[in-house]
Design a protein around this ligand. Sequence first.
Ligand code: PRX
Length: 635
Amino acid sequence: MIPKISTLSGYLHEYQKSVANPTGFWSNIAETFYWRKPWVKTLDWNFDEPKIEWFKEGKLNITENIFERHLFLRGNQPAIIWEPNDPEEPNRIFTYRQLYEEVNKFAHVLQSMGVKKGDRVAIYLPMIPELAIAMLACARIGAIHSIVFAGFSAKALADRNNDAQAKILITADGGYRGDKTIPLKETADAALEMSTSVEKMIVVKRTGVPVNMKENRDVWWHEMMTGKPVSFEPVTMDAEDPLFILYTSGSTGKPKGVLHTTGGYMVYTAYTFKNVFQYRSNDVYFCAADIGWITGHSYIIYGPLLEGAISLMFEGIPTYPAPDRYWQIIEKYKVNEFYTSPTAIRALLAQGEEWVDKYEMPSLRVLGTVGEPINEEAWHWYHDHVGKGRCPIVDTWWQTETGGIMISPLAGIVPTKPAYATLPLPGVRPVIVNQEGEKLYGKNVEGNLCIEFPWPGMARTLWGDHKRFKEAYFSTFPGLYFTGDGVKRDEDGYYRILGRIDDVINVSGHRLGTAEIENALNEHPLVAESAVVGMPHDIKGQGIYAYVVAPERPEGLEDELRQSLIKGVSKLISPIAKPDQIQFVDALPKTRSGKIMRRILRKIATGSDDFGDTSTLTNPEIVDKIIKGYEKLNQ
Ligand code: PRX
């Protein structure tokens, strides 16, 4: 069994141990898993190339650690409880044995379609059980899954599939989200028009909308599953064989294919899941994220299932049919641990207390948040109204690249403080550095958040672009992993995440690169150039503010042009990337070397006029004009 910390002194002790002897610490945890062949070296690393290898030459299959490891004791216990979008529709519950059989059947399907170890399989599915089955079947046969959030556009899906050179795409006819039906197959068809590698498409029937099945390319999931055997010998994987690619936004235009490998990710997600949430056997755990993002990968599927947990998967949204949907689910299934985002909390807070106050939710023991900084008001509301003042909140800081939670209280063990992620987990060594790269020790310091020692769950590379991996994370401060976040350490030694300090904005917990949105805006024939920055937003945390230079825009038709730009961004990326405000400007403030002075544009979008030095601008006069335009637009 994975060791579980149960007291504050126990945490401090484990932390010390993990720093003094990291390889001894992690190998003790790794030994609790099932390895087909033990590793020969626990860790081989340097942050220069960079090279990170954990559990070297160890052989395993992650699904064997989910299924075979638990079947004897938990065969008849639920693994996944699936709650549909519509509360009137029946739920679906999969025991470990049932899930195991479905995964094996689908592994046969993939194999029959020619998928082999190392092939990439793209998954573009809504939050239905087939998504879990598909990803685990990939892991069972050693194929690398690349899950693309079902809210992404055809172009975004095609770009990701082309980068990964995916062989197969798995999608559904459609998906339900609240009162909307999303035409996924239609989008997938459009994506395949632009695809260079996908040969076959497997389609799950979910909504029953009529779809076009292309002969010799498209097959139905249910037809393929018919008659497939319920056992499948798992493929032996090396600890460092890729498990999945997950695309995320960076500060340049092209999304990054973050690559996670098998052994280290397994050990890290299971250990952090058990300890952060203080999961107890037979608890019902509900993470409300989407599996299209890293939170769903690590804390709906891999971490909980590796631990033999009961993981609740929800198809819908928190406000449908009414804003008490989460609370209803928590009461219905007697949920013990609940994990969501600050955006969801703020959105529900805005609906009024009466929706949550009707529910006692006595089963709840732990609350978690992830994805963006949580403001104190939302923290207190979550604590008082959802947790009724008796559930600790774990504010978990981590990233797609870190694979699992890095800085967070252990529930009920590390004392919490609103808006603080508190202390690093055992094995995690954060450092704060200033712009010069000097490490800032002691209390009450603020700077760039870096990590100075590897942990098993960290990304190993970016798919097909190790150079970019090095540049993005290991070059700003040589010898350190740079997170892109600003952070403060207070007088208690607690960490508070201050948000991104690069050109990434965090909208409702979704990470978006400003360059990606600018590229989409610039596609419009009337747009000469644009600059996108984040702005404060009451619900979403950050909103998107776009400054657009469109000299030949027809007079009096600015609103029409705005609408057409917004449509264009939705089409090229996703509705989540739509600008909240578009300001037309004559020019952008630029330095003599032609770089856009984003610092100034960021300040203007927050309503501030404290710009610091503007003397390096070639066109300082433009700043006043932009401010006037801002005031006019936002009065
Ligand atoms: O800025 C941090 C913010 O989300 C970024 C990572 O985004 P992504 O890779 O999409 O993963 C989100 C889910 C793990 C981080 O660089 N972030 C994440 N968690 C927190 C946070 N900011 C403040 N507090 C958090 N708890």
